[in-house]
Ligand binder design. Structure first.
Ligand code: S3P
Length: 171
């Protein structure tokens, strides 16, 4: 891995960005930055509470601000699933380093997400998890693909195996 480049993880909610980010940080001893955690710290509210009181647009503004403060350096960056929605964010992510799309098939995502009660995923609240997931994934999949330098299909892999593949790829 050359220079002061970060490894940037993108992908849908439940793709494993946070878990794989932690594993990569443990193995590389590089610091881990999670955009969701940075946003929550800025706002001093959980993401769900912030969505409820200010709406998604304001959350996206805070997400862009958090990214803007990041410097290209040896670090692991785990993004939120919607970070790629803004072209200016995409440009910043690519400026930080190598961007990895953690892909997972729909059935795997549903399985991972249905067992969770989380304060960070207001977009998945409501009764029709499969329908919402399918719609969002269709919108976002092309953005994940075009933003990433490479893709790892995580559906059948453990967190350690995904981290291993990424490290092999970035050399
Ligand atoms: C979002 C994903 C969440 C969080 C917020 C919005 C999205 O992050 O940023 O709830 O739009 O996909 P995770 O992908 O870490 O769940």
């Amino acid at each position: 891995m050359e220079g002061e480049e970060a490894i940037v993880l993108i992908g849908f909610m439940g793709a494993g960005k946070t878990s794989v980010g932690r594993e990569l940080a443990r193995r590389t001893l590089w610091p881990l930055y999670e955009t969701d955690a940075l946003v929550e710290a800025r706002l001093d509210l959980s993401i769900s509470d912030f969505f409820a009181s200010h709406g998604e647009g304001e959350f996206r503004n805070a997400e862009t601000e958090a990214l803007r403060e990041m410097q290209p350096r040896r670090a692991i960056v785990a993004t939120g699933g919607g970070t790629v929605l803004r072209p200016e964010n995409v440009e910043m992510l690519r400026g930080l380093g190598r961007v990895v799309y953690l892909e997972a098939d729909e059935a795997t995502l549903i399985q991972r997400l249905s067992s969770e009660t989380e304060s960070r995923r207001p977009l998945l609240q409501g009764s029709d998890l499969a329908g919402t997931l399918s719609r969002l994934l269709k919108e976002r999949e092309p953005l994940y693909r075009t933003t990433a330098n490479f893709t790892v299909d995580t559906s059948a892999l453990s967190v350690a195996e995904v981290a291993e593949k990424i490290l092999q790829h970035v050399g």
